[in-house]
Design a protein around this ligand. Structure first.
Ligand code: AMP
Ligand code: GLY
Length: 415
């Protein structure tokens, strides 16, 4: 088998690392991949950007790719699945219509409401005047969200009218997200702890993965601005049996009902961003792909073969698949360039990758055998263990071996 993994982050490195473990896999191409994926056995980087659907399709045809796995949301929302399918190429992910569950917050919220998925109260607005009028009557804090994709930056928690109105102006009038904020969703603020429940669906059933917890803010204690994710643990300690049961009944089951009723062509990942509150569990959002960095914590705990799992999904036989997880817990910790998520420099030499044993790379390149930083999030180390403490310790012990100028990481992942 030849597999194509689309994307260049730590998530895609983890997917490629897991895919090569299948003995029938000869080659995993990573488009474009990174300095870490290039080094995995059986992996090859291909210099095609993750949103270049034309060239990705041409490459898959030319190479006779057996299966394509899409990492990020942008090509999914852009219709890569529809394009591959029209050429008879096997691809794992939702079609463009189903990908609207992530691509449009209004679409997702209306879907949740229609099918009775528990979610925060909201309004959706296409013009700034009506949005500004609506927030006069709201209680605060409230949440202002750009409707479209905004690389994780399109959500603002606003403490008062002034903050909310200035966000509405930035999103809708100044158009800082270049079209993605033309419509906004304004939402009730929910207080609680978050859980990431990555799941897989063949459109007939949904199987949740082991739960995970992301650490989004840059500083210890959950302080400072949001990032792409500074580390993750699995399982999520807040996802006890009662939470999971409620999730399955009141979030997952009605979502499946909706997928079926809307005739969505959905064979892929559906990731539920859940807020666990004193008033119950609410769905904050759907993502139509795996999370980053959750994937780097979740896949090391997966005992089953990922390629076989995806195969059963594409064949519509997911309900027969016995998805197995290792006992214990998992942790990944991200090392970033100094200054991230704002400005940062790149090009610094990275030492210790071999000594660390295994990492999932993201903003890391390999220049003539020398590793150098090439992005904000450079790499993550990960560990699994019988307990969360031992998994956390392994991840941090490995991270200790990684050296580069300006290396930064949170010291409290898993606390
Ligand atoms: P989203 O992209 O909708 O998941 O939002 C990104 C992040 O904003 C979430 O992971 C939460 O931390 C926060 N957030 C989103 N919606 C709400 C809400 N209604 N109440 C509180 N926090 C929220
Ligand atoms: N870690 C959250 C996400 O991937 O959207």
């Amino acid at each position: 088998m030849k597999i194509l993994v689309i994307g260049s982050g730590g998530r895609e490195h983890a997917i490629a690392w897991k895919a090569v473990q299948n003995k029938d896999v000869n080659t995993v191409f990573c488009a474009p991949g990174n300095g870490g994926t290039a080094l995995e056995k059986k992996c090859k980087n291909v210099n095609i950007k993750d949103n270049d659907i034309d060239n990705l399709t041409a490459f898959a045809e030319k190479e006779n790719i057996t299966l394509t796995i899409v990492g990020p949301e942008v090509p999914l929302v852009g219709g890569i699945v529809d394009r591959f399918k029209s050429r008879g190429l096997a691809i794992f992910g939702p079609d463009a219509k189903a990908a609207q569950l992530e691509g449009s917050k209004t679409f997702a919220k209306d879907f949740m409401k229609k099918y009775g998925v528990k979610t925060a109260e909201y309004g959706s607005f296409k013009d700034a005047d009506s949005a500004l009028k609506y927030i006069e009557k709201c209680s605060y804090p409230l949440v202002v969200k750009a409707d479209g994709l905004a690389a994780g930056k399109g959500v603002a928690i606003c403490q008062n009218y002034e903050e909310a109105s200035s966000k509405i102006r930035e999103f809708m009038i100044d158009d800082i997200f270049e079209g993605s904020g033309e419509t906004v969703v304004i939402e009730e603020f929910l207080e609680g702890v978050e859980a990431s429940i990555l799941s897989i669906t063949d459109g007939k059933c949904i199987i949740p993965f082991i739960s995970a917890k992301d650490h989004k803010q840059i500083y210890d204690g959950g302080k400072g601005p949001n990032t792409g994710g500074m580390g993750a643990i699995a399982p999520n300690p807040y996802c006890n049996e009662a939470v999971l049961k409620d999730f399955e009944e009141n979030i997952m089951a009605p979502t499946l009902e909706g997928i079926k009723s809307e005739n969505m062509d959905y064979k892929g990942i559906i990731f539920f961003g859940v807020m666990i509150t004193k008033k119950g569990n609410y769905l904050l959002e759907y993502n139509v792909r795996m999370g980053d960095p959750e994937t780097q914590a979740v896949l090391p705990l997966m005992d089953s073969d990922l390629v076989e799992l995806i195969d059963s999904t594409l064949n519509g036989e997911l309900s027969n698949f016995n998805l197995k997880w290792k006992n214990g817990a998992s942790c990944c910790v991200v090392a970033t360039s100094k200054g991230y998520p704002l400005g940062y420099e790149t090009g610094f030499k990275v030492d210790g990758i071999k000594e660390a044993g295994s990492v999932f790379a993201s903003g890391l390149k390999n220049e003539d055998g020398v590793f150098k930083t090439s992005g904000g999030r450079v790499l993550c180390t990960y560990g699994i263990g019988d307990t969360l403490d031992s998994a956390v310790k392994t991840a941090y012990d490995k991270l200790d071996k990684i050296k580069f100028s300006g290396k930064y990481f949170r010291t409290d992942i898993g606390e």
